[in-house]
Design a protein around this ligand. Structure first.
Ligand code: NAD
Ligand code: WQD
Length: 337
Protein backbone atom coordinates (compact mmCIF):
# COMPACT_ATOMS: atom_id res chain seq x y z
CA UNK A 1 0.00 0.00 0.00
CA UNK A 2 1.45 3.32 -1.08
CA UNK A 3 1.39 6.95 -0.03
CA UNK A 4 0.56 9.19 -2.98
CA UNK A 5 2.40 12.51 -2.75
CA UNK A 6 0.94 15.18 -5.01
CA UNK A 7 3.45 17.95 -5.76
CA UNK A 8 6.20 15.57 -4.61
CA UNK A 9 8.76 17.13 -6.97
CA UNK A 10 8.27 20.55 -5.35
CA UNK A 11 10.17 22.17 -2.52
CA UNK A 12 8.40 20.78 0.56
CA UNK A 13 7.16 17.66 -1.25
CA UNK A 14 10.65 16.49 -2.27
CA UNK A 15 12.00 16.76 1.27
CA UNK A 16 8.96 14.90 2.60
CA UNK A 17 9.29 12.16 -0.02
CA UNK A 18 12.86 11.44 1.10
CA UNK A 19 11.82 11.15 4.73
CA UNK A 20 8.91 8.88 3.79
CA UNK A 21 11.21 6.63 1.75
CA UNK A 22 13.77 6.55 4.55
CA UNK A 23 11.09 5.47 6.98
CA UNK A 24 10.17 2.53 4.75
CA UNK A 25 7.02 3.88 3.08
CA UNK A 26 6.15 3.03 -0.50
CA UNK A 27 5.83 6.39 -2.24
CA UNK A 28 4.23 7.42 -5.52
CA UNK A 29 4.75 10.98 -6.78
CA UNK A 30 2.36 12.84 -9.03
CA UNK A 31 3.50 16.23 -10.27
CA UNK A 32 2.99 18.09 -13.54
CA UNK A 33 6.38 19.83 -13.08
CA UNK A 34 4.69 23.22 -13.57
CA UNK A 35 6.84 24.58 -10.74
CA UNK A 36 9.57 21.97 -10.37
CA UNK A 37 12.27 20.14 -12.27
CA UNK A 38 12.41 16.54 -13.46
CA UNK A 39 15.96 16.47 -12.07
CA UNK A 40 14.57 16.44 -8.53
CA UNK A 41 13.67 12.80 -9.08
CA UNK A 42 17.29 11.74 -9.65
CA UNK A 43 18.31 13.62 -6.53
CA UNK A 44 15.57 11.92 -4.51
CA UNK A 45 16.90 8.58 -5.71
CA UNK A 46 20.48 9.59 -4.97
CA UNK A 47 19.61 10.68 -1.41
CA UNK A 48 17.27 7.85 -0.46
CA UNK A 49 18.71 5.00 -2.60
CA UNK A 50 15.14 4.32 -3.68
CA UNK A 51 13.27 5.19 -6.82
CA UNK A 52 9.65 6.15 -6.18
CA UNK A 53 7.16 5.68 -9.00
CA UNK A 54 6.58 9.01 -10.75
CA UNK A 55 3.63 10.22 -12.82
CA UNK A 56 3.98 13.47 -14.74
CA UNK A 57 0.29 14.29 -14.63
CA UNK A 58 -1.72 17.42 -14.03
CA UNK A 59 -4.34 16.49 -11.42
CA UNK A 60 -6.87 18.59 -13.36
CA UNK A 61 -6.61 15.95 -16.08
CA UNK A 62 -8.98 13.73 -14.15
CA UNK A 63 -8.87 10.73 -16.47
CA UNK A 64 -5.08 10.49 -16.45
CA UNK A 65 -5.00 11.15 -12.73
CA UNK A 66 -7.46 8.32 -12.08
CA UNK A 67 -5.20 5.90 -13.98
CA UNK A 68 -2.79 6.15 -11.03
CA UNK A 69 -5.47 4.71 -8.77
CA UNK A 70 -6.28 1.92 -11.21
CA UNK A 71 -2.62 0.93 -11.42
CA UNK A 72 -1.67 1.17 -7.74
CA UNK A 73 -2.96 0.41 -4.26
CA UNK A 74 -2.97 3.75 -2.48
CA UNK A 75 -3.62 4.00 1.24
CA UNK A 76 -2.95 7.69 2.00
CA UNK A 77 -2.54 10.95 0.14
CA UNK A 78 -0.35 13.90 1.07
CA UNK A 79 -1.54 16.81 -1.04
CA UNK A 80 1.13 19.45 -1.70
CA UNK A 81 0.26 20.25 -5.33
CA UNK A 82 -1.02 23.75 -5.95
CA UNK A 83 -0.05 27.27 -6.88
CA UNK A 84 1.43 29.27 -4.01
CA UNK A 85 2.49 32.79 -4.99
CA UNK A 86 0.45 35.42 -3.18
CA UNK A 87 1.08 38.30 -5.65
CA UNK A 88 0.42 36.12 -8.68
CA UNK A 89 -2.86 34.98 -7.12
CA UNK A 90 -4.07 38.59 -7.07
CA UNK A 91 -3.28 38.92 -10.80
CA UNK A 92 -4.57 35.47 -11.80
CA UNK A 93 -7.27 34.54 -9.30
CA UNK A 94 -9.08 32.28 -11.75
CA UNK A 95 -5.96 30.16 -12.28
CA UNK A 96 -5.52 29.85 -8.51
CA UNK A 97 -9.13 28.94 -7.78
CA UNK A 98 -9.13 26.46 -10.64
CA UNK A 99 -5.85 24.74 -9.83
CA UNK A 100 -6.06 24.71 -6.05
CA UNK A 101 -9.76 24.05 -5.55
CA UNK A 102 -10.61 21.81 -8.49
CA UNK A 103 -7.54 19.58 -8.06
CA UNK A 104 -8.45 19.06 -4.40
CA UNK A 105 -12.07 18.24 -5.29
CA UNK A 106 -10.91 15.77 -7.91
CA UNK A 107 -8.70 14.05 -5.33
CA UNK A 108 -11.46 13.93 -2.71
CA UNK A 109 -13.94 12.43 -5.17
CA UNK A 110 -11.42 9.80 -6.25
CA UNK A 111 -10.67 9.00 -2.62
CA UNK A 112 -14.37 8.29 -2.13
CA UNK A 113 -14.52 6.10 -5.23
CA UNK A 114 -11.42 4.06 -4.28
CA UNK A 115 -12.17 4.06 -0.54
CA UNK A 116 -9.03 5.88 0.48
CA UNK A 117 -9.51 7.53 3.85
CA UNK A 118 -6.25 9.23 4.85
CA UNK A 119 -5.52 12.75 3.63
CA UNK A 120 -2.90 15.29 4.71
CA UNK A 121 -3.37 18.82 3.41
CA UNK A 122 -0.84 21.66 3.05
CA UNK A 123 -2.48 24.70 4.52
CA UNK A 124 -0.77 27.89 5.57
CA UNK A 125 -0.51 30.45 8.36
CA UNK A 126 -1.96 32.82 5.77
CA UNK A 127 -5.43 31.58 6.91
CA UNK A 128 -4.98 33.61 10.13
CA UNK A 129 -4.99 36.87 8.14
CA UNK A 130 -3.67 39.63 10.40
CA UNK A 131 -3.72 37.87 13.79
CA UNK A 132 -4.88 39.83 16.83
CA UNK A 133 -1.88 38.58 18.82
CA UNK A 134 1.08 36.18 18.72
CA UNK A 135 1.78 33.32 19.26
CA UNK A 136 -1.08 32.09 17.09
CA UNK A 137 -3.21 29.17 18.27
CA UNK A 138 -5.17 26.88 15.94
CA UNK A 139 -8.48 28.24 17.27
CA UNK A 140 -7.73 31.87 16.33
CA UNK A 141 -10.22 33.52 13.92
CA UNK A 142 -9.58 32.82 10.24
CA UNK A 143 -9.60 35.33 7.41
CA UNK A 144 -7.67 35.93 4.22
CA UNK A 145 -6.37 38.88 2.27
CA UNK A 146 -5.60 37.37 -1.14
CA UNK A 147 -6.97 34.70 -3.50
CA UNK A 148 -4.17 32.24 -2.66
CA UNK A 149 -5.06 32.39 1.03
CA UNK A 150 -8.74 32.14 0.19
CA UNK A 151 -8.14 28.88 -1.70
CA UNK A 152 -6.48 27.44 1.44
CA UNK A 153 -9.32 28.56 3.68
CA UNK A 154 -11.98 27.30 1.26
CA UNK A 155 -10.29 23.90 1.13
CA UNK A 156 -10.08 23.79 4.93
CA UNK A 157 -13.83 24.49 5.09
CA UNK A 158 -14.57 21.85 2.47
CA UNK A 159 -12.56 19.29 4.42
CA UNK A 160 -14.43 20.11 7.63
CA UNK A 161 -17.83 19.59 5.93
CA UNK A 162 -16.73 16.40 4.19
CA UNK A 163 -15.32 14.94 7.41
CA UNK A 164 -18.52 15.81 9.27
CA UNK A 165 -20.53 13.86 6.74
CA UNK A 166 -18.16 10.90 6.33
CA UNK A 167 -16.86 9.52 9.61
CA UNK A 168 -14.48 7.13 7.84
CA UNK A 169 -12.30 10.00 6.66
CA UNK A 170 -9.11 10.85 8.51
CA UNK A 171 -7.75 14.27 7.61
CA UNK A 172 -4.85 16.36 8.90
CA UNK A 173 -4.73 20.04 7.99
CA UNK A 174 -1.20 21.35 8.52
CA UNK A 175 -0.77 25.12 8.72
CA UNK A 176 2.82 25.86 7.78
CA UNK A 177 4.52 29.03 8.90
CA UNK A 178 7.52 30.18 6.79
CA UNK A 179 9.45 27.22 5.36
CA UNK A 180 13.15 27.79 4.64
CA UNK A 181 16.32 25.69 4.57
CA UNK A 182 17.19 22.69 2.46
CA UNK A 183 18.33 19.07 2.73
CA UNK A 184 21.69 18.95 4.53
CA UNK A 185 23.35 17.41 1.47
CA UNK A 186 22.77 20.62 -0.51
CA UNK A 187 21.30 18.46 -3.31
CA UNK A 188 17.65 19.53 -3.07
CA UNK A 189 16.20 22.88 -2.06
CA UNK A 190 13.91 25.72 -3.05
CA UNK A 191 14.21 27.05 -6.59
CA UNK A 192 11.52 29.62 -7.35
CA UNK A 193 10.89 30.68 -10.95
CA UNK A 194 12.06 34.21 -11.76
CA UNK A 195 12.68 36.83 -9.09
CA UNK A 196 11.78 35.38 -5.69
CA UNK A 197 8.90 36.88 -3.73
CA UNK A 198 9.88 35.29 -0.43
CA UNK A 199 12.60 36.58 1.81
CA UNK A 200 14.98 33.61 2.12
CA UNK A 201 15.34 32.82 -1.59
CA UNK A 202 15.78 36.54 -2.24
CA UNK A 203 18.61 36.72 0.30
CA UNK A 204 20.33 33.62 -1.11
CA UNK A 205 20.20 35.12 -4.62
CA UNK A 206 21.80 38.33 -3.34
CA UNK A 207 24.50 36.29 -1.57
CA UNK A 208 25.31 34.32 -4.74
CA UNK A 209 25.44 37.55 -6.77
CA UNK A 210 22.39 36.97 -8.97
CA UNK A 211 20.51 39.88 -7.40
CA UNK A 212 22.12 43.11 -6.36
CA UNK A 213 20.43 44.22 -3.18
CA UNK A 214 17.65 43.14 -0.84
CA UNK A 215 14.74 45.53 -0.46
CA UNK A 216 13.39 45.40 3.07
CA UNK A 217 9.69 46.17 2.97
CA UNK A 218 9.28 48.70 5.78
CA UNK A 219 11.07 49.38 9.08
CA UNK A 220 8.20 51.07 10.87
CA UNK A 221 6.27 48.01 12.09
CA UNK A 222 5.60 47.63 15.81
CA UNK A 223 8.33 44.96 16.16
CA UNK A 224 11.67 44.94 18.01
CA UNK A 225 13.54 46.57 15.10
CA UNK A 226 10.65 47.82 12.96
CA UNK A 227 10.92 45.08 10.29
CA UNK A 228 8.38 42.28 9.83
CA UNK A 229 8.58 39.27 12.16
CA UNK A 230 7.90 35.70 11.00
CA UNK A 231 8.22 32.14 12.20
CA UNK A 232 10.82 30.55 9.89
CA UNK A 233 10.83 26.77 10.02
CA UNK A 234 13.36 24.36 8.52
CA UNK A 235 11.84 22.39 5.66
CA UNK A 236 13.19 19.15 7.20
CA UNK A 237 11.24 19.83 10.40
CA UNK A 238 8.19 20.62 8.31
CA UNK A 239 8.60 17.41 6.31
CA UNK A 240 8.85 15.42 9.53
CA UNK A 241 5.53 16.95 10.65
CA UNK A 242 3.88 15.16 7.71
CA UNK A 243 5.17 11.76 8.81
CA UNK A 244 3.89 12.41 12.32
CA UNK A 245 0.53 13.60 10.98
CA UNK A 246 0.24 10.48 8.85
CA UNK A 247 0.91 8.29 11.90
CA UNK A 248 -1.79 10.19 13.74
CA UNK A 249 -4.54 9.89 11.15
CA UNK A 250 -3.76 6.22 10.54
CA UNK A 251 -4.76 5.52 14.13
CA UNK A 252 -7.34 8.26 14.86
CA UNK A 253 -10.40 9.06 12.80
CA UNK A 254 -11.73 12.52 12.04
CA UNK A 255 -10.15 15.84 11.26
CA UNK A 256 -7.18 17.39 13.05
CA UNK A 257 -5.52 20.76 12.53
CA UNK A 258 -1.97 21.67 13.54
CA UNK A 259 0.28 24.70 13.32
CA UNK A 260 3.77 23.75 12.18
CA UNK A 261 6.14 26.48 13.30
CA UNK A 262 9.02 26.90 15.74
CA UNK A 263 7.19 29.36 17.98
CA UNK A 264 10.03 31.88 17.54
CA UNK A 265 9.67 35.12 15.62
CA UNK A 266 12.60 36.63 13.71
CA UNK A 267 12.64 39.97 11.95
CA UNK A 268 13.90 40.64 8.43
CA UNK A 269 17.01 42.24 9.92
CA UNK A 270 17.55 39.20 12.18
CA UNK A 271 17.41 37.04 9.04
CA UNK A 272 19.90 39.22 7.19
CA UNK A 273 22.28 39.02 10.14
CA UNK A 274 21.95 35.25 10.57
CA UNK A 275 22.38 34.65 6.85
CA UNK A 276 25.45 36.90 6.66
CA UNK A 277 27.00 34.80 9.41
CA UNK A 278 26.19 31.56 7.56
CA UNK A 279 27.59 32.70 4.21
CA UNK A 280 30.43 34.86 5.50
CA UNK A 281 29.37 37.86 3.37
CA UNK A 282 27.49 41.06 3.98
CA UNK A 283 24.01 41.11 2.45
CA UNK A 284 23.47 44.60 1.03
CA UNK A 285 20.00 45.93 1.72
CA UNK A 286 17.91 49.07 1.51
CA UNK A 287 14.74 49.99 3.33
CA UNK A 288 11.79 50.60 1.01
CA UNK A 289 8.10 51.14 1.65
CA UNK A 290 5.88 48.45 3.10
CA UNK A 291 4.64 45.70 0.75
CA UNK A 292 0.85 45.79 0.34
CA UNK A 293 -0.88 43.08 2.34
CA UNK A 294 2.04 42.40 4.71
CA UNK A 295 1.45 42.05 8.43
CA UNK A 296 3.77 43.09 11.26
CA UNK A 297 4.11 39.83 13.07
CA UNK A 298 3.24 36.16 12.72
CA UNK A 299 4.51 33.25 14.79
CA UNK A 300 3.02 30.01 15.93
CA UNK A 301 2.02 28.32 19.11
CA UNK A 302 2.80 24.74 18.07
CA UNK A 303 2.16 23.13 21.45
CA UNK A 304 -0.83 21.21 20.05
CA UNK A 305 1.41 19.43 17.53
CA UNK A 306 3.94 18.77 20.27
CA UNK A 307 1.34 17.22 22.58
CA UNK A 308 -0.72 15.32 20.03
CA UNK A 309 1.84 14.39 17.38
CA UNK A 310 5.01 14.28 19.45
CA UNK A 311 6.42 16.70 16.88
CA UNK A 312 8.74 19.59 17.55
CA UNK A 313 10.97 21.71 15.35
CA UNK A 314 14.62 20.77 15.98
CA UNK A 315 16.59 23.08 13.72
CA UNK A 316 17.54 26.62 14.75
CA UNK A 317 17.90 29.73 12.62
CA UNK A 318 21.65 29.29 12.08
CA UNK A 319 21.07 25.81 10.71
CA UNK A 320 18.23 27.05 8.46
CA UNK A 321 20.59 29.67 6.99
CA UNK A 322 23.54 27.28 6.64
CA UNK A 323 21.43 24.72 4.77
CA UNK A 324 19.80 27.35 2.53
CA UNK A 325 23.25 28.70 1.69
CA UNK A 326 24.77 25.27 0.98
CA UNK A 327 21.95 24.54 -1.47
CA UNK A 328 22.31 27.92 -3.21
CA UNK A 329 26.13 27.83 -3.31
CA UNK A 330 26.29 24.31 -4.72
CA UNK A 331 23.48 24.97 -7.22
CA UNK A 332 23.80 28.59 -8.36
CA UNK A 333 21.43 27.84 -11.24
CA UNK A 334 19.11 25.64 -9.25
CA UNK A 335 18.48 22.30 -10.94
CA UNK A 336 19.63 23.67 -14.33
CA UNK A 337 23.35 23.21 -14.31
P1 NAD B 1 6.12 24.02 -4.91
O1 NAD B 1 5.57 24.89 -5.97
O2 NAD B 1 7.60 23.87 -4.80
O3 NAD B 1 5.48 22.57 -5.02
C1 NAD B 1 4.19 22.34 -5.52
C2 NAD B 1 4.31 21.30 -6.63
O4 NAD B 1 3.01 21.02 -7.14
C3 NAD B 1 5.17 21.75 -7.81
O5 NAD B 1 6.18 20.78 -8.03
C4 NAD B 1 4.19 21.85 -8.98
O6 NAD B 1 4.80 21.47 -10.19
C5 NAD B 1 3.09 20.89 -8.55
N1 NAD B 1 1.75 21.18 -9.06
C6 NAD B 1 1.07 22.36 -9.02
N2 NAD B 1 -0.15 22.22 -9.56
C7 NAD B 1 -0.27 20.92 -9.96
C8 NAD B 1 -1.29 20.15 -10.58
N3 NAD B 1 -2.47 20.70 -10.93
N4 NAD B 1 -1.06 18.84 -10.84
C9 NAD B 1 0.12 18.28 -10.51
N5 NAD B 1 1.12 18.95 -9.93
C10 NAD B 1 0.93 20.26 -9.65
O7 NAD B 1 5.52 24.53 -3.51
P2 NAD B 1 5.95 24.18 -2.02
O8 NAD B 1 6.63 25.37 -1.45
O9 NAD B 1 6.60 22.86 -1.97
O10 NAD B 1 4.51 24.11 -1.36
C11 NAD B 1 3.79 22.90 -1.25
C12 NAD B 1 2.42 23.19 -0.67
O11 NAD B 1 2.57 23.85 0.59
C13 NAD B 1 1.56 24.13 -1.54
O12 NAD B 1 0.23 23.67 -1.47
C14 NAD B 1 1.69 25.47 -0.84
O13 NAD B 1 0.57 26.27 -1.06
C15 NAD B 1 1.81 25.05 0.61
N6 NAD B 1 2.52 26.04 1.43
C16 NAD B 1 3.75 26.49 1.04
C17 NAD B 1 4.43 27.45 1.79
C18 NAD B 1 5.74 28.00 1.35
O14 NAD B 1 6.09 29.12 1.76
N7 NAD B 1 6.52 27.29 0.54
C19 NAD B 1 3.83 27.94 2.97
C20 NAD B 1 2.58 27.44 3.35
C21 NAD B 1 1.93 26.49 2.57
C1 WQD C 1 8.75 37.48 5.04
C2 WQD C 1 9.12 38.86 5.56
C3 WQD C 1 8.33 40.66 4.18
C4 WQD C 1 10.82 39.69 0.71
C5 WQD C 1 4.36 34.29 2.38
C6 WQD C 1 2.92 33.98 2.13
C7 WQD C 1 2.46 32.89 3.06
C8 WQD C 1 3.38 31.65 2.98
C9 WQD C 1 4.80 32.03 3.14
C10 WQD C 1 2.42 30.13 1.41
C11 WQD C 1 8.00 39.89 5.46
C12 WQD C 1 9.84 40.63 4.19
C13 WQD C 1 10.22 39.68 1.95
C14 WQD C 1 11.68 40.77 0.37
C15 WQD C 1 11.29 41.73 2.53
N1 WQD C 1 3.29 31.00 1.72
N2 WQD C 1 10.45 40.68 2.85
N3 WQD C 1 11.89 41.74 1.31
O1 WQD C 1 4.89 37.22 3.43
O2 WQD C 1 5.41 36.00 5.60
O3 WQD C 1 4.48 34.76 3.72
O4 WQD C 1 5.14 33.09 2.24
O5 WQD C 1 1.50 29.74 2.06
O6 WQD C 1 1.16 32.57 2.67
O7 WQD C 1 2.16 35.15 2.36
O8 WQD C 1 6.79 35.54 3.56
O9 WQD C 1 9.10 35.46 2.76
O10 WQD C 1 7.41 36.85 1.49
O11 WQD C 1 8.20 37.63 3.74
O12 WQD C 1 11.51 42.63 3.35
O13 WQD C 1 12.23 40.84 -0.73
O14 WQD C 1 10.19 39.38 4.75
O15 WQD C 1 7.87 41.99 4.20
O16 WQD C 1 8.10 40.73 6.58
P1 WQD C 1 5.35 36.01 4.10
P2 WQD C 1 7.91 36.34 2.78
Amino acid sequence: MAVLVTGGAGYIGSHTVIQLLNSGEEVIIVDDLSNSSIKVLDRIEELSCKKPKFYKVNILNEEKFEEIFKENKIESIIHFAGFKAVGESVEKPLAYYTNNLISTLIILNIMKKYQINNFVFSSSATVYGDPKSCPILENFPLSTTNPYGTTKLMIENMLKDICNADKKLNVAILRYFNPVGAHESGRIGEEPNGIPNNLMPYITKVAIGKLEILSIFGNDYPTHDGTGVRDYIHVEDLANGHLKALDKIRTNSGLVIYNLGTGKGYSVLDMVKAFSKACGKNIPYKIVKRRAGDIAMCYADSSKARKELGWEAKYDLDRMCEDSWRWQKNNPNGYEN
